[in-house]
Design a protein around this ligand. Structure first.
Ligand code: GFP
Length: 800
């Protein structure tokens, strides 16, 4: 039955009355949002049930994507789009005097992650369902998501994100599927009469893991997969047991907060406990499901694939071994064979700080049996390769080294596939970071370049662009973004170029209004909107962007008539709470913004805006309005990047180093449609090998750099002498770890090219069109299809 506007309106009013006993005029937007949410879930719940039943009946192989982060953002509009009822609902609401946009804003932005890693996991969830693949998410239901960021006097202040205060419309609590996760205590191995070793637990405690399931709707295909997030609950009875545990408070609140910093020591025990919690709960629930299939344990790999997203869920390897060996009495060798066939692992960074290592004593304390199993895996690993490979190589690749457990090693040794997230990154894994493992397991290594859920980043966030595309190339691109290439047939069509420019202009007006409202800064949509949005990290080099702004400002002060295209520099970024360098950069950008925005002598040619509380919903407003996409990490450091793909899809020109997926973007759009600058990865490594990078020399010998760097300490930027000194020292005293000074001049030249190119509207318009036309390369539908074929070996479900 087709769902008409009339059906919608009737159903909506009926539900509002049923739930709140209200009529539309009397209801608040929150009540209207909840009513709409309920209506939407009722539209997919039948398909959700059927999808699950189909998988079960067909014993269809499924993948379980274990990720400590998910960043779905708001789901109302994406569900409406996927269910094919977006327009009907939007128009129906309009008839009732309600704006869909206003209701959508009532949904809390589900922010259970820090950045690109978590957002990728959510793009994958969307794509798995949209291409009809049996794929599930497994993660943690943090009571507080990533902190809410506020700026007070230019400083970042972190406030709790109480997203669960408003009801989460999409989750279903499944108490019947709860499992117990065991922590602590001592484990003894007892020999059974058959000669088998069985663990005996003494002491310790259990935490109840309650799953909350969220339906992941596929795009117009009736598939609804599941994202399962685990919440920790402690019974009163267990609480009594807890009294003698030092860390009992932590354990009771195990799933309360998303640990927002993956780069420092603080709270590591807490994080480790969280990791074991969601690994064990997820693995047990998969095990329970597998048992219902009535297939031999030794064939689990035919029905189950488990993906380890970054190292946080690496204990999946040991936990599956525990279930096989301890619970099912399987022989170690057979269990190991199945485990490695089930598991696969993605590495997301070469930054050593994010390659987790745990003190052996800590793992022993938190999950002693897992530690024993890891020790045994490690022992057998050494035994297997002794005599085959050189002893030193084996030593370097062991899981346990210098009293630390190397989680990446556990994930690699226990998996059949190891992939990086862009070509360059995967090559670096093979040639540098995981070189030793590549020597041992060359067949395991492969590349899967990241992708984005293009429907969210075009149809949902940029309706104006979408309508323009429909008008000229039809609607097939909405299902298959490869069809964006059809735009290339129109690159000389002035009318189309004009329409694209108008859509961009309107999106810039929308962002300008947001900026006015939130930052009280007036910006003109005629200026170039130059944007950098991502986690604040030294290697991502927001600092270089700031230095260029300072240079422009100083140039303008010297010569107020300087002919530059007016520019608005826009930032969005959160700094991990204990990451002092990153917080200082925020303060400096905010103070520079204050200085620049209030200096009339530069005639508004320059504006700087740092938007508070960057998250998925804000990205949806920012990205469609971008002219320039800043992707300026030091070559080799950004594994892939994904905002680069979102910007390109929205017609921004990428200003980039040859790093991560920027290289593949350049290959797709051609050299003329991207601004490339800076050192190559080979040049960066030459500096490392020859150990001859000297920031102080550059500072002393280049007057432009000298002048800009001095601005951090000579009072040019007010109210931040401490932060300015810290940044100055990071560049000069500590030799500029990420070669900002080395790339700076080349970056400024690329910026000048941008300035010139923007003056030629037609040239710019064509570049923008070319970027949109090639964005189909980076669809997460395709990425996930490749994972499905090459790694997980899963196929689309049969239709019910
Ligand atoms: C990390 C990497 C990025 C990569 C994403 C997803 O993201 O280069 O694109 O993972 O693979 F650094 P962030 O957490 O740094 O944003």
């Amino acid at each position: 039955m087709t769902f008409t506007k009339k059906n919608f309106k009737e159903e909506f009013e009926e539900r509002l009355q049923e739930r709140f006993a209200l009529s539309i005029e009397d209801a608040s937007n929150k009540e209207l949002y909840e009513t709409l949410g309920k209506l939407v879930t009722s539209h997919y719940s039948r398909n959700w049930k059927h999808t699950r039943q189909d998988y079960l009946e067909e014993k269809q192989k499924q993948v379980y994507y274990f990720s400590i982060e998910f960043l779905p953002g708001r789901m109302l509009k994406s569900n409406l789009l996927n269910l094919g009822i977006y327009d009907t609902v939007e128009e129906g609401l309009k008839d009732l005097g309600i704006s869909l946009d206003d209701l959508a804003k009532k949904e809390p932005d589900m922010a259970l992650g820090n950045g690109g890693l978590g957002r990728l996991a959510s793009c994958f969830m969307d794509s798995l369902a949209s291409i009809g693949m049996p794929g599930n998410g497994n993660g943690i239901r943090y009571e507080y998501g990533l902190f809410k960021q506020k700026f007070v006097d230019g400083y970042q202040v972190e406030l709790p994100d109480e997203w669960l205060n408003s009801r989460n419309m999409w989750e279903v609590r499944r108490e019947s599927k709860a499992v117990d996760v065991h922590f602590g205590g001592k484990v003894y191995l007892i020999e059974t009469p058959t000669g088998q070793l069985k663990p005996m637990y003494k002491g310790g405690y259990s935490i109840k893991a309650i799953p909350y399931d969220t339906g992941m709707t596929g795009f117009e295909n009736d598939t609804v997969n599941t994202m399962r997030l685990w919440s920790a609950e402690v019974t009163e009875e267990e609480k009594a047991n807890f009294q003698h545990f030092e860390n009992r408070q932590e354990l009771q609140n195990l799933t309360s907060v998303l640990y927002p910093d993956d780069s420092n020591e603080h709270g590591r025990r807490f994080r480790l406990s969280q990791e074991y919690f969601f690994v064990s709960a997820g693995m047990q629930s998969i095990f329970n499901y597998y048992k219902t299939l009535d297939l031999p344990m030794t064939e689990m790999n035919k029905a189950i694939a488990i993906h380890i997203n970054d190292t946080h869920p690496a204990m999946c390897v040991a936990e599956l071994m525990r279930l096989f060996v301890d619970e099912e009495g399987m022989a170690w060798e057979k269990a190991w064979d199945v485990t490695t066939k089930v598991m696969s692992y993605t590495n997301h960074t070469i930054m050593s700080e994010a390659l987790e290592k745990w003190q052996t004593s800590l793992i022993k304390e938190v999950c002693p049996r897992i530690f024993q199993i890891i020790e045994e895996i490690d022992r057998r690993y050494v035994e297997e390769w002794q005599g085959v490979f050189d002893d030193e190589l084996i030593k370097r690749t062991r899981i346990i080294r210098h009293d630390q457990v190397h989680m990446a090693h556990l994930a690699i040794i226990g998996s059949h596939s190891v992939n990086g997230v862009a070509k360059l990154h995967s090559d670096l894994l093979k040639s540098v970071v995981l070189k030793d493992f590549y020597a041992i397991y060359p067949e395991r290594f492969n590349n899967k370049t990241n992708g984005i859920a293009q429907r969210r980043w075009s149809q949902l966030s940029n309706p104006l662009l979408s309508k323009t595309l429909d008008k000229y190339i039809g609607k097939t691109w909405r299902k298959d973004t490869g069809d964006l290439r059809l735009l290339l047939n129109h690159e000389n069509n002035d009318k189309l170029l004009n329409d694209l420019a108008n859509a961009k202009y309107e999106n810039k007006k929308r962002l300008a209004a947001y900026i006015k409202e939130h930052n009280q800064v007036e910006v003109s949509p005629d200026a170039i909107f130059d944007i950098q949005i991502k986690r604040l990290h030294a290697y991502k080099r927001q600092l270089m962007n700031l230095m260029h702004i300072i240079k422009l400002y100083l140039d303008l002060k010297e010569n107020p008539d300087l002919d530059i295209t007016p520019r608005v520099f826009i930032f969005g970024a959160k700094a991990a709470p204990s990451y002092h360098f990153a917080k200082s950069v925020i303060k400096l950008i905010n103070e520079t913004a204050n200085l620049v925005n209030n200096d009339d002598s530069i005639q508004g040619k320059l504006k700087v805006v740092f938007l508070e509380n960057y998250n998925v919903s804000l990205a949806e407003i920012i990205i469609p309005a971008a002219d320039v996409s800043e992707q300026i990490s030091l070559a080799s450091k950004e594994a892939s990047g994904t905002s680069n793909m979102k910007f390109m899809l929205n017609g921004a020109i990428t200003l980039a180093t040859l790093d991560g997926a920027n290289i593949e973007i350049k290959d797709a759009v051609g050299d003329d449609n991207i601004a490339i600058f800076g050192l190559t990865e080979a040049e960066v490594y030459r500096y490392y090998n020859e150990q001859n990078y000297n920031a102080s020399d550059i500072y002393q010998n280049n007057p432009i750099i000298h002048r800009v760097v001095n601005a951090f300490v000579d009072g040019t930027i007010p109210n931040c002498s401490m932060e300015g000194q810290q940044i100055f020292d990071s560049l000069i005293k500590y030799n500029d770890e990420f070669f900002v000074l080395r790339d700076f001049i080349s970056y400024c030249e690329a910026q000048e090219w941008i300035d010139e190119s923007y003056k030629d509207k037609k040239k710019w318009g064509k570049m923008s069109l070319t970027n949109i036309a090639h964005a189909g390369h980076f669809s997460s539908d395709d990425t996930v299809r490749k994972y499905s074929e090459d790694i997980w070996r899963i196929a689309p479900i049969r239709k019910h």
